[in-house]
Design a protein around this ligand. Structure first.
Ligand code: BGC
Length: 740
């Protein structure tokens, strides 16, 4: 009879003998809940045989998908990965599920796990509200637990260097402070469910094209001050049980066997105590993987395959890898799971989910992250006088778009659109059944609302001409494993032009995974970036359009006028052979996003930090002082308009004498909720790493003595109000952050 992993229950343990001091400890002693997670992990490792330890470091595909016919009977439905447990010791399996917007489907033809789709990560970053991110994370984590998972593969924080990166929607934008803070908050929320999640894809997985062979070249100071800083902040703020190393190479070595990235930066400098799992199939050389910091192989297609663990066993037996290296890996995995609570309170599958409550969280996130980009003549919110409304395009009659690939959540109710996009993974295009048009009609029962699909430009223009206001919904599906041009697909630019010519009151609602070009922007009165707004995105969009919700999302990434404005006008690699390793040099270094635009005096279409409101805010009273080697700033924000709203006040810093990679950096931010006429003061303390340059000779951040300009602004291009503060020189160690 098959044993289950629960065989040795906690009740058995209560009766267990005290931990033996000598050679043969009670094999179940690790289950003593009175001990620390470290002590329990140590005891577990001591009790395990070599083969048992090797089991814990290998994750198999848990789902039967078209490319993999194997499915472990103990794996849970639609899981991304499954790590067997050790029944003899009562050690838990790991049940792993993607990803950042909720429990994902793994591209199964008829997904049977319909779950709540949180808006895309880039939308949550657009809220600039870490509390909202915690709520969203807590919601998707609870669905993962209710579905039987103890490990989520959520927490993407690669910086938006390439506006066309197909996975930008999963990440937190272009700035290390904002992305690290927001993704760290999502991680905190997820892990509040007694489970772990993984921050990914470590590191510099900033493009998808040929992601397994692209060799990213970047100098160490630039690396430490950009993507690595985003990871470091996310890890400090979120304390993730795991980190997922990426497919690509960094400075000549694959990320999952990169001693510098894994052993030196992550484990030594940052003192990271969790474990490193590979991206699915990202291993190359067993011994290098083992010695250079990888702790768990993921993506094994079939247990019968000769895999990393078998090769590792041979390497241990013939002395190329000491067994204590394997012990450290198992200890890290065990410690993370025990510390999270996932072991003492194991998840079970098929629990009821309060979808209404969860969809309300998803909607609240969407309502706070949708960005009002342009609003000439107060075309929004829709006035009561707008009685005839023409809605065009984007399947707005039935739903809102979601992002594709491993992060694909199949929303409750199923996709109202089928047969679009790639037939197989990372497709097809999946829509959440939340119609902006129906939601708008519910908000505005007095209005007559028409819909045109947008496929026929003349028909769309005729509908627009006949209306008081025309709202064009445009979509750009993006997905893992692919990158995308910055131009909207399917002739949608021409559709906007046709509608705008027919109706002067044209508003565009974008559902995109990242920045796109907007050649039509001067011809429309309003523009709203709704990203992929999740399970209740249609309702959220409608409430923003009508003013039920005052928009307060701000861009976490720069929108440019032209592709050539970015460091690379297109993403390299399309012409490379399948196994051909090729270089991409990040010559912009740490000057990512607005820093690049600033430094090169390029005017963006919409700057980082930009977001309009239906009310008017005034900011002022900026005071800044040097304190304990860093800068603290306080200021006040007033709602000078007539409706309640939320403002994102942003603090930028720059050395008066220059010398940084870019003229300025985001140093802090605060989101304030204000009633009409209300003022609030807020203060931020700037993370001192944001005041320094990475010092390679004496590893750490060197803060130069001198004058620093502190600016209170509403976006990266707002001149704002500035004060000058003097700092004395200081040096911070590399691992300044708190190791958990
Ligand atoms: C993706 C990861 C994902 C994993 C498991 C990989 O292709 O890059 O983000 O977690 O698959 O589905």
């Amino acid at each position: 009879m098959k044993m289950t992993w629960m065989l040795a229950s906690a009740a058995t343990i209560a009766l267990a003998a005290p931990i033996a001091q000598a050679a043969a400890p009670n094999p179940l002693a690790w289950q003593n809940k009175a001990l620390s997670a470290d002590a329990r992990a140590n005891l577990l490792v001591r009790a395990m045989t070599l083969d048992e330890k090797l089991l814990v470091v290998t994750s198999y595909y848990g789902t039967q998908v078209d490319w993999n016919k194997y499915r472990d009977p103990l794996a849970r439905r639609q899981s991304a990965g499954f790590v067997p447990g050790v029944p003899r010791l009562g050690w838990t399996p790991q049940w792993q599920t993607d990803a950042g917007s909720g429990v994902a489907t793994q591209g199964v033809a008829a997904p049977d796990l319909q779950r709540t789709a949180l808006p895309a990560g880039i939308l949550t970053a657009s809220t600039w509200n870490p509390d909202m991110a915690v709520r969203g994370g807590a919601m998707i984590g609870s669905e993962a637990r209710a579905s039987g998972f103890n490990t989520m593969l959520a927490g993407g924080v690669d910086l938006l260097r390439e506006p066309g990166n197909g996975r930008n929607f999963e990440y937190g934008g272009e700035d290390p402070l904002l992305a690290g803070t927001m993704v760290g908050a999502i991680v905190r929320g997820i892990q509040s469910n007694q489970m772990i999640t993984t921050v990914k894809h470590y590191a510099f997985n900033d493009q998808e094209t040929k992601r397994t062979t692209v060799n990213i070249l970047i100098d160490e100071p630039s690396a430490r001050m950009s993507d690595l800083l985003a990871f470091q902040i996310a890890i400090e703020q979120g304390n993730p049980g795991s980190i997922m190393c990426s497919y690509n190479l960094v400075n000549g070595e694959w990320a999952c066997q990169n001693d510098w990235l894994l052993n030196k930066v992550l484990k030594r400098d940052w003192g990271y105590k969790g474990f490193v799992m590979s991206d699915w199939g990202a291993m190359h050389d067993t011994v290098k993987n083992a010695l250079n910091g990888l702790d768990q192989e993921a993506g094994v297609q079939n247990p019968k395959d000769y895999v990393w663990k078998d090769k590792l066993k041979t390497a241990i037996q013939d002395g190329r890898v000491p067994e204590r290296v394997l012990d450290d890996k198992v200890r890290r995995i065990a410690r993370a799971l025990i510390a999270s609570g996932a072991v003492d309170n194991p998840p079970t599958p098929d629990n009821p989910i309060d979808f209404a409550a969860h969809e309300a969280v998803s909607q609240a996130d969407a309502e706070e992250g949708i960005v009002l980009l342009k609003n000439d003549d107060h075309v929004l919110p829709l006035a009561g006088a707008a009685k005839k409304i023409a809605i065009v395009g984007g399947h707005a009659d039935v739903g809102v778009l979601t992002g594709g690939g491993s992060a694909q959540v199949y929303p409750r109710g199923g996709s109202p659109v089928s047969g679009e996009g790639p037939a197989h993974w990372p497709g097809p295009h999946v829509y959440a059944p939340s119609s902006p048009m129906k939601a708008l009609q519910a908000e505005r029962p007095d209005a007559s609302i028409s819909f045109a699909s947008g496929r026929d430009l003349d028909q769309a223009a005729a509908a627009a001409k006949d209306a008081d206001v025309a709202i064009v919904f445009v979509t750009q599906w993006t997905a893992e494993g692919m990158d995308f041009p910055l131009t909207l697909p399917d002739n949608q630019d021409a559709l906007i032009d046709a509608v705008a010519r027919a109706n002067p009151n044209t508003i565009v609602v974008l559902e995109t995974g990242g920045p796109v070009l907007m050649p039509w922007i001067d011809r429309v009165k309003g523009a709203v970036e709704a990203w992929y707004p999740g399970s209740k995105g249609g309702e959220a969009i409608a409430r923003v359009l009508t003013g039920k919700v005052n928009p307060s999302g701000h861009l976490p990434a720069t929108f440019a006028y032209a592709a050539a404005d970015w460091p690379r006008a297109s993403i390299a690699g399309a012409d490379k052979g399948e196994h051909e390793v090729f270089d991409v040099r990040f010559s912009e270094g740490a000057a990512v996003g607005y820093k690049w635009f600033d430094k090169n005096h390029i005017k963006p279409l919409f700057p980082f930090g930009h977001g309009l409101s239906y009310t008017r805010f005034t900011q002022g009273g900026l005071k800044a002082a040097a304190r304990r080697g860093t800068i603290s700033a306080s200021f006040s924000v007033r709602n000078a308009g007539s409706v309640a709203g939320k403002q994102v006040a942003q603090i930028y810093v720059s050395p008066v004498a220059g010398g940084w990679e870019s003229p300025k950096r985001l140093g802090g931010f605060a989101k304030l909720d204000l009633q009409p006429g209300q003022s609030k003061t807020a203060s931020v303390t700037i993370d001192p790493r944001l005041l320094g340059m990475w010092d390679k000779a004496h590893p750490g951040w060197r803060i130069a003595a001198g004058k620093y300009r502190v600016t209170l602004a509403t976006s990266a291009t707002d001149p704002g109000q500035s004060v000058i503060v003097s700092l004395t020189a200081s040096h911070l160690p590399a691992g300044r952050g708190v190791a958990k």
